[in-house]
Structure formats: C-alpha cells, structure tokens
Ligand binder design. Structure first.
Ligand SMILES: C[S@@+](CC[C@H](N)C(=O)[O-])C[C@H]1O[C@@H](n2cnc3c(N)ncnc32)[C@H](O)[C@@H]1O
Ligand code: SF4
Length: 373
C-alpha cells in the first residue's frame, strides 16, 4: 500500500458560533488563558502516537482548520509549522482557514512568513443582509478587505468559501456573491448550499429556505457562471482555476491517509490487512487531558467499499479500476456487481479500465452510494 499522507490540525474556537454550523467549534470566551500552550503540547503528544505508522512517508499537506484558526496567535501557528516541518514534503501545501472578521494585515503577513502558503477565507457572502441572516461576525466590507489584505500579505493561492440557497435568496442575489468573489484573482472557490444541521440553532429554529426549483436554478446558473470564468468543477462543491486543486481535500476524496490532530479530529491509516480510524474528544479541555489515549479502531471490512465510494465519487475524475485495490487492499470484485448495477440504472459508465458517474449519476449520487451499503 502506498497511500499519501496528509495532516489536519483542528483549532476549536470561534468568536461566536454561527447558527448553521455543526463543526466542532466553541465560543472563544470559553477558552482558558493558557489554552494555546496546553493545546500545542497536546497536539505534539498526540502526533507522537502516529510516528510508528509513518513508514517512509512525508506529509503532502497540512490543513489548519476549525473553528477559526485565524484567531490563533501568530506565535502558535509559527510554532506548529516549525514543529511539523521536518515531517513535510518540501512542497507541502499548508492551508489556514480564516474568518474575514478576524484578519489584521500584520497577522496575515506573519502567517504567510511562517509558511502558510494557501489561505481559505470563509466569506460566505458579499451581501450585508445575507451575512446578517447567517449570523456572521463580519460584513461585506470586511470580506473585501480580508481579500485585499490576503493578496498584500503575499498569498497567491487563495480559496473563498461562499454559501448559497440562503433564506430569501434568488438567482441574482446568489450569483452576485459569486461575481464579487470572481472579481479577485483567486485560485479556488468552494460553493456550498446551506444545509440545516441537527443540533444547530437553525436545526431548532428552522428558517424557510428557497423552494427546490429555485435552488436548482441557483445551482445551474452558478455552475455556468463559474465555468465561464474558467473555474473547473472537480468535486461536488469545489471549483478551481488553472488546476489549483486543494491537495489536502483531494487526498480525502482519493481515499488517502490522514492524521487528524486536535479536538474532534479524525484520522485514517490504511494497511494491507486493515484500515484504522481514530476520533478525538470534541471538547477542547477533554481533548487536552485525553490526547494520548490510543483509541485506534479497525474499520469493518464490509464498510470499506461504502467509505471508499463516499469519498471517491465526490471527485469528478474517472476512477481507475486498480485504484480500489491500491488504496484499500481489497479486490475489485467487492464493488464490481454494484458498479454494474449503477451502469444499468444509467448512473455510471464502466469499461475494462475505469468508471465514472454520468450527469444523471452526479445528480443522484446518494442513489449510487446506497448500492454500496
Ligand atoms: C469550518 S468552516 C471554516 C471557515 C471559518 N470558520 C469561517 O466560517 O469563516 C468551513 C466552511 O463550511 C461551510 N459551512 C459550514 N456550515 C455549513 C452549512 N451548514 N451549510 C453549508 N455550508 C456550511 C462554510 O462555507 C464555511 O466557511
Ligand atoms: S466561524 Fe466557521 S467554524 Fe466558526 S461557527 Fe462560524 S462557520 Fe462554524
């Protein structure tokens, strides 16, 4: 097995919780004064649990996500990157997620100088009303300023997160957000439809969302606009210009391996005879005291095909038949029947080397996945 290895580091705090968000994020007012010192030590201790599983692999990408890692001090991010540097491939992608309400010019410059080479800005919208509906801490002007400051700091590989399908949104409002984002020289855009998640404020007080056909119109028009601006849709919600694919996310979708450090982070490591996973305590304080718990568990053999498809089918690239064996060590026969069934339903095209989703299959991804359950 020769799976690539990526590193995710979770920063669990935000200024405040957004009403739609079910990520493991907590209001920073709950953080202890010496949180960063304790958290850094915990991350390092947890990382050491993984060293026996490295073989001769170098880490291809680091993703510092959250939460809102741009809230962290410059010293904390610098210390992290310095610590992990010896384990990284020389051209490793190092992404940091930033909320436009938390970025000062000096801080962005320092992050860049510390080695962060990809910035992911959680803009969501450039419309003040929409941002208010989403309970964001920033307004449209902050979003524009964050982008300008990011370029000034030296970043050339920038992703912008935009959400759509928001209360009261029509095609022209949704497209206006995309147009604003596309007016900057960004390399990547993540365009997410607002989903109502259980356990969130919106889950408890569900707002009225645009009707299904409006959502479809927004999507189709958005896809067209992005294409016209040279953005390739390479995953369900990910678009890139000039092939600046997100190395980190692509590794998940290609069923690569990853080490996830920090509160609520997940890890996956594959071996010829088993696939191991690990899931951390969600609460930051509980994580700090349990970081050396060796809680690896084996994924049941009959769950691997579904997990593989769940990730791999998100990526709109033909899938080589050999890839299943290369990443899971399981025979292609384990998935062949289901793939043939998907072909009969017009959801997939399979030949003797590769297979890929048809347009119908892309729209009915869940139906394809159900075949592997
Ligand atoms: C972990 S957040 C990272 C960025 C940073 N915390 C922020 O919000 O600015 C990742 C992205 O997921 C998207 N997201 C989070 N919750 C979502 C939801 N319920 N529906 C759709 N997109 C969501 C947002 O676009 C968000 O920027
Ligand atoms: S800032 Fe980002 S991670 Fe934090 S609550 Fe909002 S969407 Fe979630």
């Amino acid at each position: 097995m020769n799976n690539k290895l990526a590193l995710y580091i979770h920063y669990p705090y935000c200024v405040r919780k957004c009403p739609y968000c079910d990520f493991n994020s907590h209001a920073i007012s709950g953080a202890s004064l010496d949180f960063e010192t304790q958290y850094f030590e915990a991350l390092v201790k947890e990382f050491k649990l993984f060293l026996p599983y490295f073989d001769d692999r170098r880490i291809i990408s680091v993703f510092i996500g959250g939460g809102t890692p741009s809230l962290a001090s410059v010293e904390f991010i610098d210390k992290l990157i310095q610590y992990f540097a010896p384990y990284l491939q020389s051209d490793a992608e190092i992404t940091l997620e930033a909320n436009p309400g938390t970025v000062e010019s000096d801080k962005l410059k320092s992050f860049y100088q510390s080695g962060v080479n990809r910035l992911s800005l959680g803009v969501q919208s450039f419309n003040d009303e929409t941002l208010k509906k989403l309970g964001r801490i920033h307004n449209a002007q902050d979003a524009h300023h964050a982008l300008i400051k990011a370029f000034q700091a030296g970043f050339t590989n920038i992703n912008v997160d935009i959400m759509h399908g928001i209360m009261g949104q029509d095609v022209s409002l949704a497209l206006e957000d995309l147009k604003q984002a596309l007016s900057y020289d960004i390399t990547h855009l993540s365009w997410y439809e607002l989903t109502i998640e259980e356990g969130t404020y919106f889950g408890r007080h569900t707002p009225a969302l645009p009707a299904e056909d409006m959502l479809a119109d927004i999507e189709n028009n958005g896809f067209e606009l992005l294409k016209k601006h040279g953005f390739e849709r390479y995953e369900v919600s990910a678009f890139t210009k000039d092939k600046h694919y997100c190395v980190h996310n692509k590794n998940y979708w290609l069923f690569g391996d990853y080490i996830g450090l920090g509160a609520g982070a997940h890890s996956k490591l594959s071996f010829a005879n088993q696939t191991l996973r690990k899931a951390n305590e969600q609460d930051p304080i509980a994580y700090i005291s349990s970081c050396t718990n060796n809680s690896f568990y084996k994924v049941a053999d009959n769950e691997i095909a579904f997990e593989y498809m769940l990730n791999r089918l998100r990526l709109f690239e033909p899938i080589y038949i050999d890839h299943y064996f290369q990443t899971t060590a399981q025979s292609f026969d384990k998935i062949k029947l289901q793939l043939e069934q998907a072909c009969k339903l017009g959801l997939l095209i399979l030949d003797d080397k590769q297979y890929y989703l048809t347009n119908k299959g892309k729209l009915m991804l869940n139906d394809v996945l159900e075949l592997f359950l």
